[in-house]
Design a protein around this ligand. Structure first.
Ligand code: ATP
Ligand code: MG
Length: 416
């Protein structure tokens, strides 16, 4: 048997894994600034949770979900997105009763059985934020501002937000019928899946990868009710106060059923056809429709794989050890092992190869490791109770220091 990974699933090695970790660290820093707390949600949930919240007629549920019957006969699914799990937890854990804002973030892998291609994987990472229980436009502006600051912190300069409002259930009621009539008259122009679902959800056609572009130009547009129009204006005013650049894009519809009012996306043409880095929006009716309290909410999900692609030319943090310990004599091996422990206990990152290998081979590994210094222990050092420090990145002779002083001596050298 030859082992190999599944199509659409991949291994992340340095520097990619380092870059992912840096993005996550930047996100955590920004979330803390905005009062968000981490929620860790399960990877597998009841399939019904996604069908009901993400929506029956969405691509995710219709085509992309990894769903199966488990050993106990339960219909389950591996999460394709985070929001349904967060909403379930909010309801199940009574998070509306905690007396504080439910401002939650998650970091985790999502799974969708879509066609693998550049920027599209079957397992990918999302960083997501959900603010539940706040209907005011301040929440919209805050979460969008936070997203932009997070992208900046991660290293993505000058991104602009595409912004639109999808209105509320009220404004959509009449629009739904208008759009349905329009689509029905042109049914023969629609792709097969759209034809099949317009009766159930005509709005989905607007987000279809095939029909969306021409419908965006030709189909009748939604008119917002007075309250939704006011909300949308306020969001824009507040984004101006935050200094967040945005572009109102009336063709922006999002592929999930639960959105109401504000929707947004951050895109980058540098990504090619899979250009969305992040998407989000308000979902004022979802919590209630899932059996929870009437809790208006807004959130977004950021695709870490795509963000990492955009940052691929930026340097990542050096993961090389500071020092590389070398044993130059069989008798010095235990002392070398002791030295490794002492360095690490002193807060100095330290590595070694196999102490039983030749000095030459260990020195070769030291050079390859990227360490700034080799710490060499031979017969002489063992007798004298010292360690020899040898610079690897610049010229210079070996210098002996007392064994106990090695960590502080290295710390001084690294600082100087
Ligand atoms: P797309 O239109 O590219 O399919 P989407 O609308 O399905 O995106 P969302 O469900 O809003 O995406 O997810 C938010 C973000 O997650 C996207 O903007 C994207 O960066 C990322 N993402 C979604 N699907 C994938 C995937 N299969 N592989 C990698 N990243 C993904
Ligand atoms: Mg998609």
């Amino acid at each position: 048997m030859s082992v190999h990974s599944l199509r659409g699933f991949r291994d992340l090695l340095p520097p990619d894994s380092t870059r992912f970790a840096a993005i996550e660290a930047a996100a955590r820093e920004v979330f803390a600034l905005y009062g968000y707390q981490e929620l860790r949600i399960p990877t597998i949930e009841m399939k019904e949770l996604f069908v009901k919240s993400t929506g029956e007629t969405t691509d995710i549920v219709e085509k992309e979900m990894y769903a199966f019957t488990d050993g106990g006969g339960r219909e389950v699914a591996v999460r394709p997105e985070g929001t349904p799990g967060v909403v379930r937890a909010y309801i199940e854990q009574n998070l509306s009763q905690t007396g504080r804002n439910a401002k939650l973030f998650y970091i985790g892998n999502m799974f969708r059985a879509e066609r693998p291609q550049a920027g599209r994987f079957r397992e990918f990472e999302q960083i997501g934020a959900e603010h539940i229980g706040n209907a005011a436009p301040f929440a919209d502006a805050e979460t969008i501002t936070m997203l932009v600051r997070l992208l900046e912190k991660a290293g993505l300069a000058a991104c602009s937000v595409e912004l639109n409002s999808l209105g509320c259930a009220e404004c959509r009621k009449t629009y739904r019928q208008t759009l349905l009539d329009y689509l029905k008259q042109r049914a023969e122009m629609l792709c097969e899946p759209c034809r099949g679902r317009i009766e159930r959800n005509p709005l989905r056609a607007l987000d279809c990868k095939v029909d969306g572009p021409w419908l965006a130009e030709k189909a009748p547009k939604l008119t917002l009710c007075a309250a939704c129009a006011e909300h949308f204006t306020r969001v824009q005013d507040l984004l101006k106060i935050s200094g967040v650049p945005y572009n109102v894009n009336p063709n922006l519809v999002r592929g999930l059923d639960y959105y109401t009012r504000t929707v947004f996306e951050v895109r980058s043409s540098a990504l090619g056809s899979q250009d969305a880095v992040c998407g989000g929006g308000r979902y004022d009716d979802l919590v209630k429709s899932m059996g929870g309290p009437a809790a208006p909410a807004i959130g977004w999900a950021l695709g870490v794989d795509r963000l990492a692609m955009l940052l691929k030319d930026k340097p990542v943090a050096d993961t090389s050890p500071a020092v590389f310990v070398v044993s130059a004599a069989a008798a010095a091996q235990d002392q070398a092992f002791r030295l490794l422990a002492a360095m690490r206990a002193g807060g100095v990152s330290a590595d070694s190869s196999n102490f039983t290998l030749s000095l030459k081979s260990q020195m070769r590994s030291a050079d390859k490791s990227g360490a700034a210094y080799a710490l060499i222990l031979g017969e002489d050092e063992l007798k004298a109770g010292t360690v020899a420090i040898k610079p690897l990145k610049q010229a210079g002779d070996q210098q002996p220091v007392p064994f106990a002083d090695a960590p502080s001596a290295i710390t001084k050298l690294l600082e100087g």
